[in-house]
Design a protein around this ligand. Structure first.
Ligand SMILES: [Zn+2]
Length: 607
């Protein structure tokens, strides 16, 4: 069983069956790819040589042991060629970086061959349980990247874990599902064939030697590159598997950290606060509407060529903020940034950017406002969204979920307003808005046609998908018109701000997953510019001279770049609620207001 196999020499083809030819040809591609790098050699390296030295030493030890035991020191030529073909196929099909420049396909092919051998030696058939899901995920990543411009990083995974059933179904189309099943079965069969092949090697030691040799070769080819060109991704699949593991654990931590942040904040009512300008019984309605996925540049209010916001555009007393930067591409973190005194997302490590107190709604509740919350149908899934929004709207006297379309909440809002004619009330709204899959609009009277949500291949259906999105913005415009109609005659102020944007091919992305890489970092993309405006009734301004000056100042500040960080303090400033948490430099109603200066796309600041 373990005796070296005599190499067949019967035909001209026999040369291809020899290991000599394999090892003569194997280095050709790596050498071609590193030729330029060797010429521009940049030494010394950091940890690279010690790692290479360890691999080399292990290889020497393994070779020595196999020779001493009289085992074949390398697998048969047929297995080596099959391994090479297998790795080339896997790499070309699944490795997102296979054809990026500088060309590092040889590195990853060598790495793949090495990893297959080493994992088979350690886990035998068990290794296929690791390979099959890994290759499947890599195939999924290829599809995700080419259709949606997205990598499976921690943000995407965190959002996928928290996606509503409706959102997930947009991506799980019958075609995508059958492709996924076929890919999973194909991958399993592919690896089953590999397992049967590897089982035929004469000794475990020969595979260990080959694994260490291929890994060492791949590693050396990778580290020959100058440091500024070297990317960990080139060491696919080893680094990719590690990255996926990190992304998964980061996603779980990320979601947990957001929930813990919201749940761990002390209430702002724990410190002394006061409000003098309203005594109670004025019948004031304060609407705080957190919009969903509305990009500023898709509102005709901000110059978009399609008239998506005809009603808002015609309101003479509207205070529009065309330059508003959202804090996070994650709904929950954006809501924390809007409703608490947080200035950035949970990842920001500067302590002064993190919240020190909870929801501003609590302060209004403490000063005579009954809070009524109106959610879309998403609520009640017991996901991160529900837990966070529940904490932030804890003081609600009543909560409403709108089954079906957001318009079903209109009679609920009207009934709350009508049954509280004398009371001051705060109406909190957060429904589906323009969230994927852009379903919420009046299909019978859709203004922009053809319109359909095709997330099978959005780039190929760009017109329909963009129209569907624009229809949802138009629908929100009509929704706001109807809410305002219910408030007619009341002193009201309506504040609208969207949580994050959406990508419709913008920045090369579809959907809502900004990438972690610097080029696609959320705040380097146009997706972080969101819709924001304030609407008031004449009755509101008549209540107190402070409201007149506050709104004048707000209008004066409206051309500046603002952010989610301004909302908490603006609501306090507008109603003159004094609390130690108030900061005039973040109050849009204050002459001391400072524009948003956090991360945003270049050439985007207005001050
Ligand atoms: Zn959202």
């Amino acid at each position: 069983m373990n005796e070296p196999q005599p190499e067949p020499r019967r035909s001209k083809l026999s040369f291809f069956r020899s290991r000599t030819l394999f090892f003569i040809l194997l280095p050709v591609f790596p050498l071609v790819s590193v030729y330029k790098s060797v010429c521009a050699w940049e030494a010394p390296f950091g940890l690279e040589w010690p790692v290479a030295a360890v691999l080399f030493t292990l290889l020497l030890i393994s070779l020595a042991v196999s020779m001493k035991r009289g085992k074949d020191y390398l697998p048969q030529a047929s297995i080596l060629w099959s391994l090479l073909l297998f790795s080339v196929a896997c790499d070309c099909a699944c490795n997102l970086y296979a054809f990026t420049t500088p060309w590092q396909l040889p590195t990853s092919i060598l790495m793949m061959m090495g990893c297959v051998c080493l994992l088979w030696v350690t886990l035998r058939w068990g290794s296929l349980l690791l390979w099959t899901p890994f290759i499947f995920l890599q195939l999924a990543q290829q599809v995700a990247f080419h259709h949606y411009g997205t990598r499976l990083n921690s943000l995407v995974l965190a959002e996928t874990m928290e996606a509503s059933a409706e959102e997930l179904l947009t991506y799980l189309t019958p075609f995508n599902m059958s492709m996924a099943v076929a890919a999973l079965l194909g991958t399993a069969l592919f690896f089953f064939w590999l397992g049967r092949l590897l089982r035929r090697t004469h000794s475990k030691w020969s595979l260990l030697n080959a694994g260490l040799l291929f890994c060492l070769m791949g590693y050396l080819v990778g580290v020959v590159l100058p440091p500024h060109k070297r990317k960990p991704e080139y060491f696919w699949p080893a680094v990719e598997a590690y990255d996926l593991f990190l992304a998964c654990s980061e996603a779980l931590l990320h979601n947990q950290a957001t929930i813990e942040q919201a749940e761990g904040l002390p209430l702002p009512t724990q410190k002394t606060s006061s409000m003098d300008i309203l005594k109670g019984g004025e019948g004031v309605v304060l609407v705080v509407h957190i919009g969903e996925s509305v990009r500023a540049d898709r509102m005709s209010l901000n110059g978009y060529e399609k008239d998506t916001t005809p009603w808002l555009r015609a309101q003479p007393n509207l205070i529009n903020f065309p330059h508003c930067i959202s804090a996070a591409c994650d709904t929950c973190q954006a809501q924390i940034a809007i409703l608490t005194n947080a200035r950035r997302d949970v990842w920001n490590k500067q302590p002064e950017m993190q919240p020190t107190t909870g929801s501003v709604l609590e302060l209004f509740n403490a000063h005579g406002f009954d809070v009524y919350s109106f959610f879309g149908q998403r609520c009640g899934q017991k996901l991160k969204y529900d837990r966070v929004v529940r904490v932030l709207t804890k003081c609600s006297k009543e909560r409403f979920n709108a089954p079906g379309s957001p318009w079903t909440s209109l009679p609920q809002i009207a009934s709350v307003v009508d049954s509280n004619t004398k009371e001051n009330i705060l109406v909190f709204i957060n429904n589906e808005g323009s969230h994927t899959p852009f379903h919420h609009y009046d299909k019978k009277f859709a203004p922009f046609l053809p319109s359909a949500t095709n997330f099978q291949n959005p780039a190929a259906h760009a017109e329909e998908v963009n129209n569907a999105y624009d229809n949802t913005v138009h629908y929100t415009d009509e929704y706001i018109r109807r809410v305002v109609q219910a408030l007619r005659g009341r002193p009201f102020i309506y504040l609208y701000i969207s949580d994050h944007g959406e990508y419709l091919g913008h920045d090369g992305i579809w959907g809502r997953a900004a990438l972690g890489e610097s080029k696609f970092n959320y705040h380097n993309t146009t997706g972080c510019r969101v819709g924001m405006f304030v609407l008031t009734s004449p009755e509101f301004e008549k209540l107190h001279p402070h409201f007149v000056t506050a709104l004048q100042q707000m209008r004066a500040n409206s051309t500046k770049t603002v952010g989610h960080e301004h909302i908490f303090h603006t609501l306090l400033g507008l109603f003159k609620i004094s609390t130690p948490y108030y900061d005039a430099s973040l109050d849009l109603c204050s002459g001391m207001m400072q524009p948003y200066s956090g991360p945003m796309p270049e050439n985007d600041s207005q001050s």
